[in-house]
Design a protein around this ligand. Structure first.
Ligand code: AP5
Length: 220
């Protein structure tokens, strides 16, 4: 399975990509996680990436394409992958298609997860992420057993720099202007399905499975 999850910030792409990746035994490839790893290295490149991310702007395509390409070449992505947050514009989508073509591969499906802006602001303001293993929580909807501590690895939970309300509004604007046109792009290619991203995470997962398989295969 080679799947793209599209959607605005906070739509639940990361949450769903992780769950489906575990179900199918394929990796979640999240361009945001790849970029945050570069930022943590404290290099010139990391500082440059952070200067865009902290303002809610897209990082230049050349860096993102290099990171995603290197990740998709890893052994574990051979049987398939779930792209989360990539592609973000038509240039990235075309680069992805060309890269796959070199190996005679194609995307199987693109699922757009649709969530209204008011719900997004609620979700993002409560999101907490583990510094160590990237596991995700929500202070109200999916709280950890002990506040501030990851259930899975005991790591520290933090709030992302770009989750400040003003930056979230900028990210929503960038999504509307730059990423939303990708829906029409993938629709023209016959790859697009749109699912409602509001509801419990297991309900949204079933909707995605139905969009991909035609039937909802319940999670094991
Ligand atoms: P990125 O890390 O990709 O962030 P994003 O797309 O803005 O998406 P988020 O991670 O905020 O949300 P999500 O949809 O994954 O939702 P989540 O599952 O976390 O990008 C960050 C920045 O990096 C960009 O602004 C840009 O600068 C740069 N970047 C990244 N990719 C790039 C690219 N390709 N090109 C250029 N620049 C790029 O869920 C959110 C919260 O809601 C969580 O707390 C979760 O627990 C909760 N939640 C999830 N599902 C539900 C549900 N059904 N009900 C209630 N709560 C839920």
């Amino acid at each position: 399975m080679r799947l793209v999850l599209l959607g605005p910030p906070g739509a639940g792409k990361g949450t769903q990509a992780r769950a489906l990746g575990a179900l199918w035994g394929i990796p979640q490839v999240a361009s945001g996680d790849l970029l945050r790893a570069v930022v943590r290295e404290d290099s010139d490149l990391g500082r440059e990436a952070a200067s865009y991310m902290d303002r809610g702007q897209l990082v230049p395509d050349d860096l993102v394409l290099k990171l995603v390409d290197a990740r998709l070449r890893k052994e574990d992505a051979r049987p398939g992958f779930i792209l989360d947050g990539f592609p973000r514009n038509v240039t990235q989508a075309e680069a992805l298609a060309k890269g796959l073509e070199r190996y005679k591969l194609k995307l199987d499906k693109v699922v757009a997860v649709i969530v209204p802006d008011e719900e997004i602001v609620k979700r993002i303001s409560g999101r907490r992420t583990c510094r160590n293993c990237n596991a995700m929580y929500h202070v109200m909807f999916e709280p950890p057993a002990k506040p501030g501590v990851c259930d899975k690895c005991g790591g520290e939970l933090y709030q992302r720099e770009d989750d400040a309300e003003e930056t979230v509004r900028e990210r929503l604007k960038v999504f509307a202007e730059t990423t939303r046109p990708l829906l029409a792009h993938y629709d023209r290619l016959g790859l697009l399905a749109q699912v409602n991203g509001v509801g419990r995470t297991d309900e949204v997962e079933k909707r995605i499975l139905t969009a991909v398989n035609g039937v909802a295969v319940p999670p094991k």
